[in-house]
Each structure stands twice: as structure tokens, then as C-alpha cells.
Design a protein around this ligand. Structure first.
Ligand SMILES: O=C(O)C[C@@](O)(CF)CCOP(=O)(O)OP(=O)(O)O
Length: 326
């Protein structure tokens, strides 16, 4: 038996990964930049044994069906190929997400699985190699190998597409992100399907690719100079541009629901009233509010005027993937 266990935290992109150049290797069209958070994490254990006749995947104690095991099985095939160690495995993932379901990102899950496999098979992968491996499980997972601000260098091959920490002098510890969990029934278009349709059909997509490097530069500059307004502005603007591409896809789609718009408008109203807060959104209706830790309680209470406490989750900067005792 070869056992391993690891924990990884979810990350939220401030400059979005949106579109693949290579579906198999999961090579992105553009660089992205994220903040790893402390509020949501996954603990994954893996055990390889010649006794097993197939891979099985338990999520929060539930044995998953073939379809939900697909991503994990494909990932284990990569690990077996890379390690030349051909045994089946049992994977057990526990998502630690406060209250609402649908928040556990594949980023923390696959990053934790990469760490657990590395541990189980004694691969001794460097963080860069772990990031490359996690990337092939799910693109954004490559960023959860590290804590704080992280940039995923798009590269142009399996070898040179991986994430690295962005030097910030621990400024991330002065920030906060408040999740507004929008429980509207949203159409379930996965990030993978959403970006695939966008790349293939959206008339706005070339502009997205053309402009995103400017946003990366602005975000890096804001992090270097600890300029919160600049970071907030580029974060919100980049999110709006990403979501604009979906409206110009064919058929068009959007992740926004009426309560997403209510949350975005609330953030704008608060900003107009002098509160330093900006929003971002991903492939779902939830809205994340970026603010400074010193203002986070005030902003949380202001949001509570519109959204009940069980729909609000406070998050601060989180750590990178860590191996756990099995
Ligand atoms: O996180 C970001 O940069 C932006 C998004 O969250 C926007 F929705 C995309 C995440 O995509 P992911 O789930 O990693 O896709 P995969 O590679 O097809 O598994």
C-alpha cells in the first residue's frame, strides 16, 4: 500500500484564466493571477494498492459515480504514466466549505490530489512540478499549490506552463474577500464548457486575449506598490470583460442571475458611498467582494443589509498546498 494525504485551499482569480489553447494538456490562452484564500479547502487522501481492480473516488464520504470520477481517474492515469507505478487507487476527498454546497472548487481538490499522490508515491516533485501536474487535473488547481498571490505563466508547452508565487511582501494578509452566495438556480454551465464555447464562438474573445496581459501588468504593479484601489479596479474590470465574452458566444450565455446583479449593484453603491470594495465573479452566480481587512467587518455588515448572514462568507489570504500525516 502506498498512502498519501494533502490539504489545499481554493483560490480566486483576480485576472481570469478563460480559454484553453490545448484541451488535453490544459494549456491556457492567457496568464492568470489569483489570491489563495483560507475559507475553503479540500483534504484528499489516496492509497494505491495492487489489491484494487479499479480506481474509486469518495467525495465527502460518498462513493462517486463513473462520470464524477472521470476527472480523478484521468488524473491518476497521468500520475501512473509519470511515475511508471501502475496500481489502482482509492481517493477520498473532504471539502471544508462553510455552509453552501457548489462552492468547493476543483482547484483545491485537484491540488490536494496532486500533493497526496506526490506523497504516496514518494515522487519528491518540486512545487513547480506539482503545479504542472495539478494543472493537468484542472487549470486553476495549478495556482493552489502556493498561498497568497499567484500567477500562472501560460507557457506554450506542458513543460513551461505552471504557476509561481507573486512577490508581495505579505500584502495579501491585509486583504479580505467576502463571498456572497447567490442561491438562484443558475444554468449549470461548467467553467470547462463555458470557456470552450467562448473560445470557439465568441466574437469578443480575440479582444479578451489581446487585453488580458495589460491587466496582468496592472495587477502585478498594484501588488508591488500595495495599491488597493488599482488592484480592485483591474480585478472588477477584468471580471466584467471575461463575462462579456460569454454574451457574444453562440449560443450566448451568462453566469449572472438577478441576485448576482443585485450584489454587483450593492458593491457599486457602497463604493460610491466611499467604501473601498470591488467585485469579481467566476463560472457561477456567486459574487466575491475584494476589500481590505481593516474595512472587512464594516463591509460585511453593510452587505448584511441585503443578504442574510448564511449567504456571506468572510475569507482571508490562505496558504499553499501542504502534505498531511496519513
Ligand atoms: O479561476 C479562474 O482563473 C477563472 C475561472 O474560475 C472562471 F470561471 C475558470 C476556472 O477554470 P477551471 O475550473 O480551472 O477549468 P479547467 O481547466 O477546465 O478545469
Amino acid at each position: 500500500m502506498h498512502n498519501g494525504k494533502a490539504r489545499a485551499f481554493t483560490n480566486i482569480a483576480l485576472i481570469k484564466y478563460w480559454g484553453k489553447k490545448d484541451q488535453q494538456l490544459i494549456l491556457p490562452m492567457n496568464n492568470s493571477l489569483s489570491l489563495t484564500l483560507d475559507a475553503f479547502y479540500t483534504e484528499t487522501s489516496v492509497s494505491f494498492s495492487k489489491k484494487y481492480t479499479a480506481d474509486s473516488f469518495y467525495l465527502d464520504g460518498q462513493l462517486q459515480d463513473e462520470k464524477s470520477t472521470e476527472k480523478v481517474r484521468r488524473f491518476l492515469d497521468l500520475v501512473r504514466e509519470q511515475s511508471q507505478f501502475f496500481e489502482y487507487a482509492i481517493v477520498q476527498s473532504q471539502n471544508f466549505v462553510p455552509t453552501a454546497a457548489g462552492l468547493a472548487s476543483s482547484a483545491s481538490g485537484l491540488a490536494a490530489l496532486a500533493g497526496a499522490c506526490n506523497d504516496a508515491l514518494g515522487l519528491n516533485l518540486s512545487d513547480k512540478e506539482l503545479s504542472r501536474l495539478a494543472r493537468k487535473g484542472s487549470g486553476s488547481a495549478c495556482r493552489s499549490i502556493y498561498g497568497g498571490f499567484v500567477e500562472w505563466e501560460k507557457g506554450d508547452s506542458d513543460q513551461n506552463s505552471y504557476a509561481l508565487p507573486v512577490p508581495s511582501n505579505h500584502w495579501e494578509d491585509e486583504l479580505a474577500m467576502i463571498f456572497i452566495l447567490i442561491n438562484d438556480k443558475a444554468k449549470d454551465i461548467s467553467s470547462r464548457n463555458g470557456m470552450q464555447r467562448t473560445v470557439a464562438t465568441s466574437t469578443y474573445y480575440t479582444d479578451w486575449v489581446k487585453n488580458v496581459d495589460i491587466d496582468i501588468k496592472k495587477a502585478r504593479e498594484a501588488i508591488t506598490t500595495h495599491d488597493f484601489q488599482a488592484l480592485g479596479e483591474v480585478t472588477e474590470s477584468n471580471c466584467l470583460k471575461m463575462h462579456a465574452t460569454t454574451l457574444a458566444a453562440s449560443p450566448p450565455f451568462t453566469y449572472w442571475t438577478p441576485n448576482s446583479l443585485k450584489a454587483m449593484n450593492k458593491v457599486h453603491t457602497m463604493r460610491q458611498a466611499g467604501q473601498d470594495c470591488y467585485f469579481t465573479m467566476d463560472a457561477g452566480p456567486n459574487v466575491k467582494v475584494l476589500c481590505q481587512k481593516k474595512d472587512s467587518q464594516k463591509i460585511y455588515h453593510e452587505l448584511q443589509k441585503e443578504f442574510p448572514a448564511e449567504q456571506l462568507v468572510m475569507a482571508y489570504a490562505g496558504k499553499g498546498m501542504e502534505t498531511l500525516e496519513t
